[in-house]
Design a protein around this ligand. Structure first.
Ligand SMILES: CC(C)(COP(=O)(O)OP(=O)(O)OC[C@H]1O[C@@H](n2cnc3c(N)ncnc32)[C@H](O)[C@@H]1OP(=O)(O)O)[C@@H](O)C(=O)NCCC(=O)NCCS
Length: 183
């Protein structure tokens, strides 16, 4: 990830799992993405990454049961302010993408989206969640570490624009563990 995974999105569709999560004085709605969210999601993607996914890549995620593609909306009517993409294969998950609109960062939105992915992973019986992150992406690394991810590897020259190593991070999920930490 932006680092985020260079893996292309799987074709298909996502979980229908709306959830409301208050944080401070700005409650957030986290819900499954729809076709109508694609323009806003792609605008955030382009603002966030030097090597962005295409709008079509996001469209291909809709309605794939192997995929969580969720967006965060603020209740102050500013619309979609972030999104997360994760996919699930048997008992493992990968957080493939997470981003927050530049003007909405630092308010807990990224943490809420990552918590959503961890909650869904736990519900699906996932035991280990993986992700990749650019070595230099201090904000994302701090976010992941705040949610219990640990570095387990390094992929040399994994990213382009600019070329950079990816750190591979993992969080194990116990079957009887508590809900994802709330920062
Ligand atoms: C990484 C990103 C998703 C974080 O989203 P966010 O909504 O700003 O993060 P939050 O406000 O939820 O912060 C959660 C935690 O992350 C860490 N964090 C977030 N931004 C940080 C920063 N600029 N510097 C250091 N730590 C930071 C902190 O530990 C923070 O916890 P705290 O607020 O209790 O200190 C956001 O910066 C972003 O969209 N970046 C561009 C895209 C990207 O790099 N995505 C990740 C790889 S795919």
């Amino acid at each position: 990830m932006g680092g985020r995974a260079r893996t292309r999105p799987l074709a298909g569709r996502l979980s229908e799992r709306p959830a409301v999560a208050p944080r401070g004085d700005r409650p957030l709605l986290v819900r499954a993405a729809t076709e109508r969210d694609l323009a806003a999601v792609h605008a955030i993607e382009v603002a966030a990454f030097s090597d962005p996914w295409s709008r079509g890549s996001f469209a291909s995620l809709l309605r794939d049961p192997r995929v969580l593609f969720a967006v965060a909306e603020s209740d102050d009517l500013t619309g979609v302010i972030g999104y997360v993409v994760a996919w699930f294969v048997v008992d493992e998950a990968e957080v493939a993408n997470v981003a927050v609109a530049p003007g909405a960062r630092g308010r807990g939105v990224g943490a809420r989206l990552l918590d959503e992915a961890l909650d869904v992973a736990r519900e699906r019986g996932v035991t280990a969640v993986y992700l990749e992150v650019r070595d230099s992406n201090a904000a994302a690394r701090a976010l992941y570490e705040s949610r219990g991810f640990e570095q387990v590897g390094r992929r040399r020259r994994y990213y382009r624009r600019p070329v950079e190593d990816a750190l591979v991070m993992r969080r194990e999920l116990g079957p009887d563990g508590p809900p994802a930490d709330r920062g």
